[in-house]
Design a protein around this ligand. Sequence first.
Ligand code: BEZ
Length: 210
Amino acid sequence: MSLQIGDMAPDFTAETTEGKIHFYDYIDGHWAVLFSHPKNFTPVCTTELGYTAKLKPEFEKRDVKVLGLSVDQIESHEPWAKDIEETQGATLNFPLIADTDRNVSTLYGMIHPNASDTFTVRSVFVIGPDKKVKLTLNYPASTGRNFDEVIRVIDSLQLTAKHQVATPVNWKNGEDVIIVPAVSDEAAKEKFPEGWKTLKPYLRIVAQPK
Ligand code: BEZ
């Protein structure tokens, strides 16, 4: 059975471009994004890693540690990082796991044998400070992911972990949110003293809490 939302993220030790990493120590008390890509020196992966490196300040603002993974050898990560720098204008600024024994990819179900029994698919795991899986995504090799969407989901996860709200379709940070149905109108008066708009008893819109 694959990892699901709410499961504990498995711990591991792995070789990375920034030395050996013990996952639980690395993410200790922080949010984390662990993502796999199929193969070094491939075009889509090159664009994804460059863009993720450019997003580093956004991840840092949100207290998120980023960790990439491929099943290729550590020796090939370094020359590929040079290509990423040259073509994407971004320095690889987060650790990239060399999962040659497929330990991590197996633990996280990143190899989908009916797609490829050799390479990982494009998986993303967002993991909370409690080390539980908050989001899983799996994309095929031919489709580059939208890492702005990963940031958007993290904004929603961090907001909804703090306040009893949910975020509506296509929500972006700063926009109105929804009061969760578990909060009665009575309780909502205390939590949201500025008021809210009731469209239906189950659909109450409120300004994003600070
Ligand atoms: C790519 O990153 O471009 C890619 C990787 C594996 C298969 C297909 C495309």
